[in-house]
Write a protein that binds this ligand. Structure first.
Ligand SMILES: Cc1cc2nc3c(=O)[nH]c(=O)nc-3n(C[C@H](O)[C@H](O)[C@H](O)COP(=O)(O)O)c2cc1C
Length: 286
């Protein structure tokens, strides 16, 4: 089993997208980090997803709220994997990784075969703790392309190409149980992505309808993500990481459902200091 955290028997993770491309967070979060109110070293951090080439996606830094909308208990986003590309990461971030006091995993968009293998090779010599294969961004590839067979092929090819442990990021609309059954020994853990708007709110138009609807995250998707956690845990195959933590009690509930680790995603967007506060309290009380 991958060592997901450097300090704790139980593991806490930061979901892709929450703390930028390195775990230091987005610039507006830096003051919280400097004040100790946001402590990345309590977590194993997954970077925001990278692609082989820089990708503009839908995010414009001057108008981020155009494609990220807060909901009362969550968020919907249609960023579409805006990122500066793997070469930028290898040049600017990779050489710093050893100095970060948190374990870092790199998230890669896994929908494009040869690009993925090339990215994996580029990461080979960096002291990262693993690679997350994002096969489930709700804002990019059409769902029809994401068959069980295709995802398995991606995972087998990635496994052959790297010495790093692999995590797989699935969607609740995918055959995650089939994946878990077939991937024991290939991936170390399964993480769960945001849920397409149309699944969560079938009768309501999305505020991001112009961008395809977007992916919903946070407390509001617990009925979907936690069902997946429970089903995956019951299989006793690949360990599952429980998402959508919103309240303190959610952490123990996820462990009770069988999650091996819990991850914090859009809670960082709503209350960037709260994941640190919740984990500190959990460590005090356990
Ligand atoms: C603003 C934003 C950006 C995100 N970016 C990524 C990303 O680049 N790659 C990815 O795999 N997931 C991304 N996600 C999804 C999260 O990693 C996480 O899977 C999702 O929010 C569900 O977890 P939560 O309910 O705890 O928020 C993003 C989510 C949000 C809200």
């Amino acid at each position: 089993m991958i060592t997901l955290s450097n300090k704790h028997a139980f593991q806490f993770m930061v979901a892709s997208g929450a703390l930028a491309f390195d775990g230091r967070g987005w610039p507006w979060e830096w003051p919280l980090r400097w004040m100790g109110l946001l402590d990345p070293s309590l977590f194993t951090v997954v970077t925001k997803t990278l692609t082989r080439q820089p990708r503009p996606g839908n995010l414009r830094w001057t108008k981020p709220w155009q494609v990220v909308k807060r909901l009362p208990h969550g968020a919907v986003n249609a960023i579409g994997l805006t990122n500066p590309g793997i070469e930028w990461w290898c040049r600017e971030i990779g050489p710093q990784v050893a100095s970060y006091p948190w374990p870092l995993l790199v998230s890669l968009e896994a929908d494009q075969g040869n690009d993925l293998l090339e990215m994996i090779r580029m990461l080979e010599d960096f002291p990262i703790k693993g690679i997350e294969l994002n096969t489930s961004c709700p804002n990019t590839t059409t769902e029809g392309k994401r068959t069980l067979e295709r995802t398995l092929k991606i995972c087998y090819a990635a496994k052959r190409a790297t010495r790093h442990p692999l995590l797989l990021k699935v969607g609740v609309t995918h055959d995650y149980q089939g994946l878990s059954r077939a991937l024991t020994g290939i991936v170390e853990a399964i993480a769960i992505n945001s849920v397409p708007w149309g699944v969560v709110f079938p009768d309501q138009p999305s505020p991001l309808a112009g961008f395809g609807g977007g992916g919903v995250s946070g407390k509001v998707i617990q009925p979907w993500t936690w069902k997946a956690v429970e089903e995956l845990a019951k299989l006793r195959q690949v360990p599952v990481i429980g998402p959508s933590v919103w309240e303190y009690e959610d952490i123990d509930e996820l462990f009770r459902l069988g999650a091996r680790a819990v991850s914090f995603g859009s809670l960082f967007l709503h209350h960037p200091w709260r994941p640190t506060r919740l984990v500190r309290r959990w460590l005090r009380e356990h």
